[in-house]
Design a binder for this molecule. Structure first.
Ligand SMILES: [Zn+2]
Length: 311
């Protein structure tokens, strides 16, 4: 079985191996970034760019962010702007982004409910439902019992728990990007942004291939990234490159219709990795596939050096 799996995996790993049209739903977490909003003179560059791109996007909101600075009313207006856009699907990402596996069931239930207070009203006013939830850090609970109990709670509150298949550690790149900009090194910043785009494309290739190997056919991907300065400047570039690769951009609702998202999940820990790995029953195969994921040692090293300097 293992040999069959690997020959299948390697057979499809070639980038030209895909004739079928690929599709992806873009999802953005940790909305709204009120610090960036304040630093940009109370305008949201990312939202403006998305307005001009004409494709569906889903956002996952942390209402607690509205209180990260003193401009609560302005921040609330910003959130309303995000929620009211016709092309945007709205999701709850908890109030203050705790890790479910660390805070436990009761505290996390409160976080879910506190996280929807404004958003639910705003969504209703915009004629939308609030039906998606995404766990912060994609941490679903420390064991199967905690996972089942929270799923029951979410279902009782009419939430669909939202997976993802592709991400590319934009939260690391954005910190290096901000640092380069702050130090007045625009060329370095641009290089970091372009590297993020290139590495993301490698991740798309990898997870397209792996998902096909695991499920037997191409999967409608769900890309996870964040509301940050890097994506303000480089998500449109990534989207353009994906268009050139003939990706179709679909809504989260359409992506979730893919039967892959009804497959059983075989991972019961709290780590936040891709659902493609969670669909793999054999833990040895899962570990091998994780080791084969394209890494970026240079960026990792730069990030570690930066965090050490900040200490
Ligand atoms: Zn998050």
């Amino acid at each position: 079985m293992r040999r069959v799996f690997y020959s299948l995996l390697f057979a499809v790993l070639g980038p030209a191996a895909f004739a079928q049209q690929r599709s992806v739903s873009i999802t953005i977490d940790d909305v709204p970034n009120v610090r960036l909003y304040e630093a940009s003179g109370y305008s949201s560059g990312l939202l403006q760019k998305l307005d001009s791109l004409n494709l569906p996007v889903a956002i996952f909101i942390n209402e607690g962010r509205l209180k990260e600075n003193k401009a609560f009313d302005k921040n609330k207006a910003l959130l309303r702007n995000w929620v009211s856009r016709e092309y945007i699907t709205v999701g709850n990402h908890s109030y203050s982004h705790p890790n479910y596996g660390e805070v436990g069931l009761e505290a996390f239930k409160d976080e879910v409910l506190k996280g929807e207070e404004l958003t639910r009203k705003m969504a209703r006013n915009a004629g939308k439902k609030l039906e998606y939830f995404r766990f912060p850090f994609n941490a679903m609970g420390k064991d199967s019992s905690e996972q089942v109990r929270m799923q029951q709670f979410l279902t009782a509150h009419h939430y669909i728990s939202t997976p993802f298949t592709v991400e590319s550690e934009d939260w690391i790149y954005t910190q290096l990007y901000e640092k380069a900009l702050k130090e007045g090194k625009p060329d370095e910043a641009r290089a970091i942004g372009n590297r993020y785009v290139d590495r993301s494309l490698m991740h798309f290739n990898y997870f397209d291939s792996l998902a096909t190997a695991v499920t037997g056919r191409p999967v409608k991907q769900i890309y996870l990234c964040h509301d940050n300065r890097l994506n303000t400047d480089f998500l449109p570039v990534l989207i353009q490159k994906l268009k050139e690769k003939e990706y179709r951009f679909i809504s989260l609702t359409e992506a979730m219709k893919d039967p892959a998202y009804s497959l059983p999940v075989y991972y019961y820990g709290n780590a936040g990795f891709s659902w493609v790995y969670r669909w793999m029953k054999d833990t040895g195969q899962r570990r091998s596939a994780m080791r084969a994921e394209p890494g970026d040692a240079e960026t990792q090293r730069a990030f570690e050096a930066m965090t050490k300097d900040n200490k």
